[in-house]
Write a protein that binds this ligand. Structure first.
Ligand code: ADE
Length: 241
């Protein structure tokens, strides 16, 4: 997979792309990453990428021409990229969205800055994504969040293939519930004890405790997820209590 980013701050990506699991996956050739400087597609002396909004209003907008020229010229070589614009007006990103993007051969992330993007440029994108209901100063951090969520799903990126499948939000064994609480050594620390059941060696009891804890945590922290979770009748009754 090839992930590319179009940005006025292409250097922002370097640390994320070269560190930890994402960095290892890149060095292993599981994916490659390229950042492009949007200013390379400007033609004026000031290399300007923004201008005032028609109709008045606060702040500056990203101009359509450099964005469209850049998208066309980056896409002119190799497989056609799936073009994603980052904006708080996009569709909310989710684990399902990460799984969908992880199946693409080539993705181009277009990172907005300033108060917004000239609407005409958006026609050159396949989708608009928001990473949450808050406003960032630009799309670069959003692109890094999405890159991280995609890369860890790519085959071979995580040492243990299982760990990508059983966690919160995946449709796997937890059926859309948040992950259950986990503990590691020591068994007792400052008067806080690991639940006895986890030390019992009884796999069935451990599994039942984890399932009940995942349900309890989901009801408490993310009640909005409960309706869509895959629950037994008994669990559904407990969730509604
Ligand atoms: N740009 C600014 N805020 C954003 C957000 N929440 N998601 C994606 N891109 C953004």
């Amino acid at each position: 997979m090839l992930i590319e980013a179009l940005s006025v701050f292409p250097d922002m990506f370097e640390t994320v792309i070269s560190t930890s699991i994402v960095g290892r996956a890149r060095r292993a050739g599981i994916f490659d990453f390229r950042a492009h400087d949007l200013r390379d597609w400007t033609h004026d002396r000031h290399r300007s990428v923004d201008d005032e909004p028609y109709g008045g209003g606060q702040g500056m907008l990203m101009k359509a021409e450099p964005l469209i020229e850049a998208i066309e010229s980056i896409g002119a070589h190799g497989p056609r990229p799936h073009v994603v614009f980052f904006t708080p007006c996009g569709e909310r990103f989710s684990q399902h969205g990460a799984e969908r993007l992880a199946a693409r051969e080539r993705i181009l992330f277009v990172c907005g800055r300033y108060e917004g993007i000239d609407e005409r440029a958006l026609a050159w994108g396949d989708e608009c994504i928001s990473i949450g209901d808050y406003v960032l100063t630009g799309g670069e951090l959003a692109a890094m969040v999405v890159t991280d969520a995609i890369v860890r799903l790519l085959p071979g990126a995580l040492g243990d293939e299982q760990s990508a499948r059983e966690e919160s939000f995946s449709a796997g064994r937890l059926g859309g519930l948040l992950e259950y609480p986990q503990y590691t050594r020591p068994a007792s620390f400052r008067g806080m004890d690991v639940p006895d059941v986890l030390l019992s060696g009884d796999h069935a009891r451990v599994a039942a405790w984890r399932r009940a804890s995942a349900l309890e945590r989901t009801c408490r922290c993310r009640p909005d997820l409960v309706d869509g979770a895959d629950l037994t009748d008994q669990e559904r009754t407990r969730a509604n209590e």
